[in-house]
Design a protein around this ligand. Sequence first.
Ligand SMILES: Nc1nc2c(c(=O)[nH]1)N[C@H]1C(S)=C(S)[C@@H](COP(=O)(O)OP(=O)(O)OC[C@H]3O[C@@H](n4cnc5c(=O)[nH]c(N)nc54)[C@H](O)[C@@H]3O)O[C@H]1N2
Ligand SMILES: Nc1nc2c(c(=O)[nH]1)N[C@H]1C(S)=C(S)[C@@H](COP(=O)(O)OP(=O)(O)OC[C@H]3O[C@@H](n4cnc5c(=O)[nH]c(N)nc54)[C@H](O)[C@@H]3O)O[C@H]1N2
Ligand SMILES: [Mo]
Length: 594
Amino acid sequence: YLGNPNVHHFSLMAYVPQLLRAIGTRNQFSASSVDQWPHQLVNWQMYGHQWLLPIPDLDRLDVLLMLGANPVASNGSLMTAPDVTARLKAIHERGALIVVDPRRSETAAIASTHLSIRPGGDVWFLIALLQALMRLGAPRLDAYAGKLNGFDGAMARVQAVRIDDLPQRTGVTMAQVDAVAAQLHGATNACVYGRMGVSTQRFGTVAQYLIQLTNLYLGQLDRAGGCLPNEAIVPVTGPGTSKGSRGRWSSRVRGLPEVSGELPVAVLREEIETPGAGQVRALLTVAGNPVASTPNGAALDRALGTLEFQVAIDPYLNETTRHADWILPPPSFLAEDHYDLYFNAFAIRRVARLSTPTQSLPDGALAQWRILDGVVGGVRAARGEPHTPFVPPREVLAMLLARGGSGLTIDDLLAAPHGLDLGPLEPSLLRRLETASGAIECAPPLLVELFDAVVTEIARDDRAFDLRLIGRRHVRSNNSWMHNAHRLVKGKPRHQLLMHPDDLASRGLADGERVCVRSRVGMVVVDVQADAELMRGVVSLPHGFGQRREGVRLGLATSLDGVSINDLTDEAFLDSGTGNAALNGVPVRVERAD
Ligand SMILES: Nc1nc2c(c(=O)[nH]1)N[C@H]1C(S)=C(S)[C@@H](COP(=O)(O)OP(=O)(O)OC[C@H]3O[C@@H](n4cnc5c(=O)[nH]c(N)nc54)[C@H](O)[C@@H]3O)O[C@H]1N2
Ligand SMILES: Nc1nc2c(c(=O)[nH]1)N[C@H]1C(S)=C(S)[C@@H](COP(=O)(O)OP(=O)(O)OC[C@H]3O[C@@H](n4cnc5c(=O)[nH]c(N)nc54)[C@H](O)[C@@H]3O)O[C@H]1N2
Ligand SMILES: [Mo]
């Protein structure tokens, strides 16, 4: 299992592929399946590569419709932008920032318009939006002439959907959708962007598909001032990179399809607990904390106790690594070089920076790439295979830079310690398409099938679980591992379950009480806080709390109040297209704790 920091550290990300090759298991999992798989699948299906990822041209667009993202807290995701708050405020000043979110988030608070949406309602909102755009005028497709397949067919499907019940499904009215459509349609430079909150829901893939179709309809795809992929100095697309995949094999127990070479982490527990050939009996985690981060973490926690062997490359004894037989502790990432292979490719300008160490490697400490080298060497030795020691980071980076063909060298990067700004994004998508047809595929069979399934799925009336749970991030915390620093956790507590005052009152509950939250899979007891900025019928818990489990050694974090939201999220509640966890919109109920 590979956790999120793998993609934020050159010493891991440049070497992990070799680790995976050496171990050679299909039981490979990562934080991608609790995060951005829907983006990857849609990019691969429509543009031919999972990382041909259109990014909002933040500084040049005038109208931005944002769904399921809270950059003021998260700093901008798959949209890397320094001081993103100032850039968003500037959009509000020159045009409109429209935020669609069940909660009046920190970003919604600085927006021109905030629309409260029922969790999981985004597909319906987006269908309504496309229908409204169709009423306003023809699609602007001139720029894509000869490079567009299936657009009319896709639009006909969208148009055929009846959504008279939009307000019941979404909490948003047709008039509100019409107003958003008019703003997008009337703007020269505009973009629709949907992130984490849209991906991690039941129809995450379909929602991301509809977002791409909307940007196409508006003629904003691959256009300066609209949304367009970054052409990074070190390419993440093209020769030698992995385009994407789905269903080349399936998980052993539940039969869920592989995506991009991995299985959904939602199946990890059953793969550990279900006996038979292929049962997982040993686990290596690298910079990951699946007990805190993946659906039904409490059950995974119990399953980890049954493994024959567990090893972690991680600096902390946390909810997951407390079960490990071995910990291989890495030095601080500040003691090694870093060049961002992925996030430069998702940045809103073309940038390049080599961050050099600000600390020296402690005596006897191994750099992370050397730890991986040691593990790979050990695996190969145990199999009697030869092992060639890894090439050091600067040499790898030099090779990658040369392959990119920008002409930039390590010396150029070293001469610019604050980084190089190589200018704004420029259209490149049409030239870089990797589909078999060489065109944008607007109606690939898989996405069409998923779309049709949304439209026919009948909403269940869930009386036992009458509320919908969503997550939240805070600017001073990072996933599950930054609660041990006083400066980051001091001040007012932030662990509470947020609930609308009317929902409290109708249950006879009061602000500040201890409440019991139940879902299909679990139960937690936590403090509740009245919050009128949350939609009625929705409750919100931050993720990454709950470090009080026995054996966790994380300093201050172990004394903090709070519970893990992922003791409530459900390993059976998944995005229909990918098996990505639907961490948002989980059916729950709330009662007084006694
Ligand atoms: N309910 C709910 N669940 C969520 C989310 C949500 O919004 N709501 N968000 C999801 C998202 S987007 C993600 S990405 C996942 C994250 O899921 P994970 O990646 O599994 O979890 P993290 O909390 O990021 O854990 C990172 C681990 O890396 C370790 N670490 C930090 N720096 C280093 C380093 O330099 N080297 C090594 N070797 N280890 C290091 C930390 O100690 C920690 O154990 O969580 C997901 N889970
Ligand atoms: N400070 C800080 N920064 C971070 C992180 C962190 O933990 N802390 N984590 C990093 C990581 S790994 C990631 S992936 C990014 C994520 O960054 P973002 O994609 O910006 O994710 P969030 O901040 O979780 O915001 C998601 C929003 O979606 C809303 N939402 C929930 N359900 C729905 C729904 O059904 N529909 C709609 N429209 N909205 C919904 C939530 O209320 C929330 O405001 O942040 C990164 N940056
Ligand atoms: Mo993430």
